[in-house]
Design a protein around this ligand. Structure first.
Ligand SMILES: C[S@@+](CC[C@H](N)C(=O)[O-])C[C@H]1O[C@@H](n2cnc3c(N)ncnc32)[C@H](O)[C@@H]1O
Ligand code: SF4
Length: 421
């Protein structure tokens, strides 16, 4: 693929997606509850734990400085919200705990997971953590409660870790490597989260991260491209330098090529040794989900909802009306079709049959112009059953997904405007 083609098409796609999300990705209709669910459905449940002991310059998730008291207060309200969701009639088979740092208060987290497991018939639990909460003693407490633990490493490079402020907080690359090595195998799946395309990152530092990842050999890894929405642009520039997209495509290909043998199953930016055990981004893989906790999102019946972001107001909402849902936005048919196209091709394949079952119209009729443009861009190919990404398409849909995530940050930004942090 010619470099100029990659550059022009990528920039144009990125620009189009940016404008599209800027226009459509807003959640501003006031509301105060989730709709009741249909009787026969099981959903994914997302729980947000918004506490950290440090704030990384690139991170836009909803988070506050950790104190034991604030967390105890928060978890108490969180468990009330879970009971409310149960009372509404929701049933869940899948639990994702994200943050922030879910394991920041182990006892509170374990109590909460146990409650969820008694309330619902949960089949899988996935949880995020930073490298400070993975001592074998802690991880052993999660055995039987958590199936997958994803550890935020970001990079093993000490110079970068220092710039990110993570060296002092979580240890050197070597120390983080040893911490993970000591807990591997306790839970069914350990995943290592890495980021690529930091400002001034070289091929060599990326190759070194790839080498260490493969030597460490966790069951899974997510390799995210650095996302620099307006919320974090300045702090990234101040700490790391000027962000550039010049190397992103080369880096992504380097990662794909390097992990092709050791992690044969790829889902967008996630890599796994075995395809069956892949538990991926919940927003991406689940058509509908319910989020609880401050600043969490739910997507139900074509509508995106979000909870109150501020901790004091979140607690007030739960105390007064049991639910912390504050805003909603319903999406039309075209947006939903675009979303399906993007998500399925991010994972490499869109089934024509599945699309038709979902929307009652064939993808070739409904999105004729878009498919033509993607073919012209050399991003997709098709056979009778499926639309598939080309080598370049793998990258182009990662770019689209990245823009979508940055669009979600705009919603976070809107919702957090009134907060003083
Ligand atoms: C919500 S964070 C929680 C991780 C945990 N608190 C830690 O710091 O290790 C989950 C993961 O999202 C990824 N992430 C966060 N912000 C990102 C950004 N701006 N660009 C790319 N990846 C990002 C990081 O890899 C991070 O480990
Ligand atoms: S990356 Fe983790 S520790 Fe850093 S600010 Fe985000 S949630 Fe907190």
């Amino acid at each position: 693929m010619r470099e100029s083609h990659v550059k022009i098409v990528t920039n144009a796609t990125s620009y189009f997606m940016h404008q599209y999300t800027k226009h459509y990705l807003h959640v501003n209709k006031p509301t105060d509850t989730l709709p009741p669910p249909p009787e026969d459905k099981e959903y994914l449940l997302y729980i947000h734990i918004p506490f950290c002991t440090m704030f990384c310059p690139y991170c836009s998730f909803n988070k506050f400085t950790y104190t034991k008291e604030a967390a105890a207060h928060y978890f108490k309200h969180l468990r009330k919200e879970l009971l409310h969701v149960k009372d509404l009639g929701y049933r869940f088979n899948y639990l994702v705990l994200g943050g922030g740092t879910p394991l920041i208060d182990e006892d509170e987290l374990i109590k909460t997971i146990e409650l969820v497991r008694t309330l619902f018939n949960i089949q899988h639990v996935s949880c995020e953590t930073d490298p400070n909460h993975i001592k074998p003693k802690t991880v052993l407490r999660l055995d039987g409660l958590v199936d997958r633990l994803s550890v935020g490493v970001q990079t093993f490079d000490n110079a970068l870790l220092q710039k990110l402020g993570r060296y002092e907080k979580f240890g050197s690359g070597e120390e983080v490597y040893d911490k993970i090595s000591a807990m591997l195998g306790i839970l069914p799946i350990t995943s290592v989260d890495l980021i690529f395309n930091f400002p001034n990152q070289s091929n060599e530092t990326l190759l070194k991260d790839l080498e260490l990842l493969q030597k460490l050999s966790p069951e899974q890894s997510s390799f995210y491209p650095l996302m620099t929405s307006s919320m974090v642009k300045n702090s990234v520039k101040k700490t790391l330098g000027t962000f550039s997209l010049a190397n992103e495509y080369t880096f992504f290909n380097l990662i794909k090529e390097s992990l092709k043998e050791s992690y044969p199953s790829r889902h967008g930016w996630s890599f796994s040794k075995e395809s069956e055990s892949m538990i991926d981004e919940y927003v991406i893989d689940n058509e509908e989900y319910v989020g609880v906790g401050s600043g969490s999102f739910s997507f139900l019946n074509n509508t995106l909802y979000h909870n109150e972001f501020a901790l004091d107001k979140y607690a007030e909402c739960i105390a007064q009306r049991k639910s912390a849902v504050v805003k909603e936005r319903t999406f039309g048919l075209t947006s939903r079709m675009y979303y399906r196209l993007m998500v399925d091709l991010f994972n490499g394949k869109l089934s024509k049959k599945k699309f038709e079952a979902m929307f009652g119209v064939s993808v070739n009729d409904a999105l004729k112009k878009e498919l033509m443009a993607l073919k012209f861009a050399k991003a997709i190919k098709e056979n009778k059953e499926n639309i598939l990404t080309t080598e370049y398409g793998d990258y182009l849909f990662l770019v689209l997904m990245k823009e979508f995530y940055m669009g979600m940050d705009r919603i976070r930004n809107e919702a957090r405007k009134h907060l003083s942090l």
